[in-house]
Design a protein around this ligand. Structure first.
Ligand code: ATP
Length: 365
């Protein structure tokens, strides 16, 4: 396995920057997810690493080689696509053996490598079947097996689970994670599904508009998003973002709503908003850090319930707060109804504050 380094990688199509100065290092044995909404440039970035499209500028290093001008077959990579791309007329054994035959390996070596890969992926009993005789999950495992037999420096995976139904996707998610752990494989994995990235990857590279927004461990991205885009993209239900104004009341820094209420800030949060470019800031809060009260408590603010969604052990509530919609989760023992007036209390240690102009997270000086 090998390290992969992207340095100032650029890909333009006419005036469009599909990837703009993307720089990141995937360490040897690391599982990195490239994640972001449709059109953010994640597939372009993966295809640049694979060599399927030429780069406009920048460098790609795999192991100790700059591979910018190498053909895909010479980059020591293996790709797994969402459509599996299995040969329909060949058996599973022949599908796995094919890339090795192309490399002219001796028959005994081919049989050994196919047997090893089949064992890792638990498809030994399927080796004589044709792809059409397999379930979607089994086909996906064969596609992984075909990548595995090549013993590449890096696995590149492009939405490999998106053709599977929801239940199988969750199961294969665990299996790919296991595959990574067992083999200590270097994997770059493209997905639009932030939950897949959060649950599987060692690090996630969140992209938007061709730009790398944040590259960090999922827990860090979740806890400490660098800007409003990352804050709202990672986590479900999405982080609530409420535009407010900073002002002073009785010697304290408060966030003021156009609806007339004030939310006093802790000292740390007051120091954060002091660094904003103007008095316009955005309060961010995850559903689990907002407490809903039926009556007013200290430092709580009024909201009106919009929707109520019981899911069994958690009830998700959406409420209007200062013109924005906020997501809240409740134990099912608290019952609220649409249009009910409630009071929301924010956990000051876990709120996020953003500059409304730059949309960047505010840090205490
Ligand atoms: N061959 C092409 N010609 C022109 N523009 C392209 C081409 N391929 C991609 N783009 C543009 O580059 C940008 C990034 O595309 P890319 O396919 O990398 O996005 P993505 O994040 O993988 O999206 P999706 O999840 O929808 O595949 C988009 O604006 C896209 O329209």
């Amino acid at each position: 396995m090998a390290q992969v380094v992207l340095k100032d990688l650029v890909k333009t199509y006419g005036s469009i920057f599909a990837a703009k100065d993307v720089s990141l290092t995937v360490d040897d044995g690391e599982f990195v997810a490239l994640v972001g909404p449709s059109g953010c440039g994640k597939t372009t970035t993966l295809n640049l690493v694979a060599g399927l499209i030429p780069i406009t500028s920048g460098d790609i290093v795999i192991g100790d080689r700059v591979v910018n001008d190498l053909d895909p077959k010479d980059r020591d990579i293996a790709m797994v696509f969402q459509n599996y791309a299995l040969y329909p007329q060949k058996t599973v054994f022949q599908n796995l053996a094919f890339p090795l035959q192309m490399r002219k390996l001796p028959r005994a070596d081919i049989e050994r490598k196919v047997a090893e890969a089949a064992k890792v992926l638990d498809i030994t009993h399927l080796l004589e079947r044709k792809p059409r005789e397999l379930s979607g999950g089994q086909q996906q495992r064969v596609a992984l097996g075909r990548a595995l037999v090549r013993d590449p420096a890096v696995f590149l995976m492009d939405e490999p689970l998106s053709n599977l139904d929801a239940k199988l996707r969750v199961q294969m998610r665990s299996e790919i994670k296991r595959f990574h752990q067992d083999l200590n494989a270097t994997i770059i994995y493209v997905t639009h599904d932030q939950l897949e990235a959060v649950t599987m990857a060692d690090k996630m590279a969140v992209m938007n508009g061709g730009l790398l927004q944040q590259y960090d461990a999922p827990a860090k991205v979740f806890a400490d998003p660098v800007n409003m885009f990352v804050a709202s993209f990672v986590g479900s239900p999405a982080m609530s973002l409420v535009p407010l104004e900073v002002s002073a009341r009785d010697g304290r820094t408060v966030l003021t709503s156009s609806e007339g209420w004030n939310l006093p800030l802790s000292d740390l949060n007051a120091r954060k908003v002091a660094g904003a470019q103007s008095n316009r800031v955005v309060l961010g809060a995850r559903h689990s850090t907002i407490r809903l009260h039926k009556t007013q408590v200290a430092d709580s603010v009024p909201a009106r319930v919009y929707t109520v969604e019981p899911t069994g052990d958690i009830t998700f509530v959406q409420a209007f707060l200062s013109g924005a919609i906020v997501n809240i989760s409740l134990p099912p023992s608290i019952v609220v109804a649409p249009d009910e007036m409630v009071w929301l209390e924010f956990d000051q240690e876990r709120i996020h504050l953003f500059d409304a102009e730059s949309e960047q997270a505010l840090r205490a000086a």
